[in-house]
Write a protein that binds this ligand. Structure first.
Ligand SMILES: NC(=O)C1=CN([C@@H]2O[C@H](COP(=O)(O)OP(=O)(O)OC[C@H]3O[C@@H](n4cnc5c(N)ncnc54)[C@H](OP(=O)(O)O)[C@@H]3O)[C@@H](O)[C@H]2O)C=CC1
Ligand SMILES: CC(=O)C(=O)O
Ligand SMILES: [Mg+2]
Length: 756
């Protein structure tokens, strides 16, 4: 089956699989008891009705209105499919609803109105407007769309935006500014050809003019050809773009042009037309689903083209999805009465600027591209970039306040940023963000071993740029530089060069220190110390011990065990610790859960379990989490089998030595994690609030448990976190992803902060 046919089949299956369609309504309040129902509905529901009747603005307080947008269409210009009617437009409107929700947390009712008369349509929309905090008009054809939007904006006091006009204008303008910058062209001098003279095309071109494009350099075409002065069959909006020209066809117009903007119909631009454009042409073929010229055909035809489409399956998706969720988010959050041109321009700038910043690794991963960066194939941020919600929504909200259309003021922008992130993030991202905020307050010098590897280098770049750590790269300079070159990584970070390590005066100092420290523990001569130090596995920990770095992260290319061994030879245990151990942090719906010992102590005895518990509780406290510890077994408080006896004895010691620690066992993990089940043990010190630290009876059960959770993708896993050393040194899992390295690096920085 061809790729296109396959897509058709998959798209139909996607939409028809049960439950049919793409959205549903989910209650947000409890509804399982009679009392819940008497609050949700009669009699309780009468009370907010009475309040709203007294003060209409209270509808924002007592109903979902403030976060509810109507996506309304009459189906007269559905994508590039034309006038296919209200009912057939529903999949697109449901799709917009889905995007509003996933990208900005906004609820949508999609409303398809069987009415093409603009006046009647306006009356219908006005009559249902009280339900909504905002109205997104969609896929309504020109010229009716202009009148409809203009009147609804004037006659309603909630934000109204025809997305095909302004959403498209904002995104394409941001992309155009960046594409012009990349091709060193000046917006006031370029010749722009616009194919289409409908809602999207007219509005986009107006915005380009506002940004400096010269009216005499713009040629617009509709289905009949070029819009020239003297044409009699054109409406008022088209007249605005009529110019003196002898060009009559799109083909004529495209000769010697610099920019092509397609907002018309699929497959109307030929390779020959593309060839007739000036050097480094900018081609935005935005008709959906079929662009004016196919992406692959365009880049095959001209190597120098900067090419974009409205589709998600090619680079440079210039599509209003990058705008409407965030524009409405910002507008709703300040209860704006309008979405005005200043708010639109603020969104343009936010989008254009964001594209020039380095791209988060999870975005690159989502598109399977390594080190995505500003350039011909990346002129505009990707829809899965989770920075869009803060950058665009905040810019829009600010502009609404500055231009006096906001009915609610934001004073604490940091708190608003947090609120936006809270809306969109899962528990895992939230904990990591909180930890990163703490790390950024006092970033530490972090030595990153295996810096020749792409993942380590990319993580180092992000850690430095985000201000989470001050990375020092540990590795062979020549190889680090080669990897940077291979992946086009542009940054400058200090390197501890393993190629040149012996020539450094520090080498002698380190060797002497190591010899002095370990001469009675197997390092028999200065030569022996010298030899060990030539290995980064020894040199790295020594650099931390000697104060040349605040923390070390190692282990990318070795097994945990072989990374740990040299560390233990060089670094003492913490003065309060008799053991080292390791913990994994599972990020679950119940919050973070620590699991220990996952990597070091294979068969711990009762005393070892006590140590492991103390270390893990200390780690939790260091991350500002109050420890509630369950020591696990396959039995509950039975003290029968050898394993249970071992665990019960550890609990007994802990109750004696750590009276303030909430700890109990032996118990099964499902009991430790379930409030109801915990009620079965009213004597337990854990009470009925679930545990957040699980100490396993041995390494096998701990390790397999976390691997199972990770393998089943039930929770994100951070770690392993090494505990009990006198220095903040951590070992990542072999071949960790960039995200995993950043997580454990953040913990290493926090660890270093606590110690100094
Ligand atoms: N990528 C994105 O984010 C977006 C893409 N679009 C796309 O833009 C296109 C237009 O949408 P919209 O403005 O809402 O629709 P409209 O119906 O308002 O406008 C369509 C325009 O296309 C013109 N047209 C039709 N055929 C041709 C042709 N062969 N050559 C030149 N112009 C032609 C029409 O000309 P005439 O006036 O003579 O009828 C009309 O001016 C659609 O394909 C849509 O998918 C729209 C919004 C966002
Ligand atoms: C993307 C969009 O809104 C359109 O093509 O109509
Ligand atoms: Mg549309």
């Amino acid at each position: 089956m061809s790729k296109e046919k396959n897509l058709i089949k998959e798209a139909l299956e996607y939409h028809s699989s049960k439950p049919e369609g793409k959205i549903e309504v989910i209650p947000t309040k409890p509804h399982s008891t009679q009392r819940d129902l008497s609050l949700a509905y009669s009699p309780g529901v009468a009370e907010p009705c009475i309040e709203i009747n007294k003060k209409p603005a209270d509808s924002y307080k007592y109903t979902s209105k403030g976060n509810l947008v109507a996506v309304i269409s009459n189906g007269t210009a559905v994508l590039g499919l034309g006038n296919i009617g209200a009912e057939a437009s529903k999949p697109v409107m449901e799709g917009k609803g889905l995007l509003f929700k996933i990208f900005a947390g906004i609820n949508v009712f999609d409303i398809e109105v069987n009415e093409t008369d603009p006046n009647k349509f306006i009356e219908i929309v006005k009559s249902i407007a009280p339900t909504f905090g905002g109205i997104n008009l969609e896929d309504i054809k020109a010229p009716e769309a202009f009148e409809i939007e203009k009147r609804l904006k004037a006659e309603l006091d909630i934000p109204v935006m025809h997305d095909d006009q302004h959403g498209t204008a904002i995104i394409s303008a941001a992309a155009l500014l960046n594409a012009l910058e990349l091709s060193s062209k000046d917006i006031s001098k370029v010749k722009i050809v616009v194919s289409g003279a409908g809602a999207a095309a007219i509005s986009c071109t107006r915005l380009y003019k506002a940004l400096g494009a010269s009216p005499e350099n713009i040629l617009m075409c509709d289905s009949k050809g070029v819009i020239y002065k003297g044409r009699t069959d054109i409406n008022e909006e088209k007249k605005e773009f009529a110019v003196e020209t002898s060009d009559r066809t799109l083909e004529d117009a495209m000769k010697d042009s610099d920019v092509f903007i397609g907002l018309s119909k699929g497959n109307i631009v030929s390779p020959a037309m593309l060839m007739s454009m000036n050097a480094n042409p900018i081609v935005f073929a935005m008709a959906n689903p079929t662009p004016e010229i196919d992406y692959n055909l365009a880049i095959k035809t001209r190597k120098d083209v900067i090419m974009a489409t409205g589709r998600s399956d090619y680079p440079n998706q210039v599509n209003n999805v990058l705008g409407f969720p965030y524009i409405f988010r910002g507008a709703l959050d300040v209860r704006a009465k309008d979405i005005n041109s200043e708010m639109q321009l603020a969104a343009v700038r936010a989008l254009a600027d964001l594209a020039k910043e380095s791209v988060p690794e999870q975005v690159s991963l989502a598109y399977n591209v390594k080190n995505m960066k500003f350039g011909r194939d990346y002129i505009i941020p990707k829809p899965f970039d989770n920075r869009l919600i803060t950058r665009v929504s905040m810019a829009v909200a600010k502009a609404a306040m500055e231009t006096g259309v906001a009915q609610k003021q934001i004073t604490d922008w940091k708190a608003y940023e947090e609120e936006l992130l809270d809306r969109m993030e899962g528990a895992d991202q939230k904990l990591m963000r909180l930890m990163q905020t703490r790390a950024k307050a006092n970033p530490k010098k972090l030595l990153l071993n295996n810096a020749e590897e792409y993942n380590v280098l990319k993580a180092a770049q992000i850690l430095a740029e985000e201000g989470i750590a001050k990375p020092i790269l540990l590795g062979k300079r020549s190889k680090i530089e080669a990897t940077k070159k291979e992946y086009n990584l542009e940054f400058d970070l200090p390197i501890l060069d393993m190629d040149d390590i012996e020539n450094k005066e520090k080498f002698e100092k380190y060797a002497q220190y190591l010899y002095n420290k370990r001469q009675r523990n197997g390092i028999s001569s200065i030569y022996h110390a010298n030899r060990l130090l030539k290995s980064r596995d020894y040199y790295g920990p020594l650099a931390v011990e000697m104060g040349d770095a605040d923390a070390l992260l190692t282990g990318f290319s070795k097994s945990y065990k072989s990374s740990l061994q040299p560390i233990l030879e060089v670094i003492d245990k913490d003065k309060d610790s008799k053991k080292v151990a390791s913990s994994m942090i599972l990020i679950t719906k119940k919050g973070p859960i620590f699991i220990a010992d996952t990597s070091i102590n294979v068969e711990p005895n009762s005393e070892d379990l006590v140590e492991i518990t103390q270390l893990t509780a200390k780690l939790a406290k260091a991350l500002a989490i109050k420890p509630r510890v369950a020591l696990l077994s396959y039995e509950n408080f039975s003290n029968c089998s050898p394993i249970s006896k071992k665990v019960a004895k550890a609990v007994e010691i802990l109750h004696e030595t750590e009276p303030n620690l909430i700890v109990d066992g032996e118990m099964q993990p499902d009991f430790a994690l379930d409030e109801e089940l915990l009620n079965a043990f009213p004597f337990s010190k854990i009470g009925n609030k679930t545990a957040n630290i699980l100490i396993f009876p041995d390494l096998t059960s701990a390790n397999l448990s976390y691997k199972l959770v990770k393998g089943l993708k039930y929770a994100q896993v951070i770690g392993p976190v090494l505990m009990g050393l006198s220095q903040p040194i951590h070992i990542m899992s072999m071949r960790s992803s960039v995200e995993e390295i950043i997580s454990i690096a953040t913990i290493a920085v926090l660890d270093a902060q606590i110690r100094k």
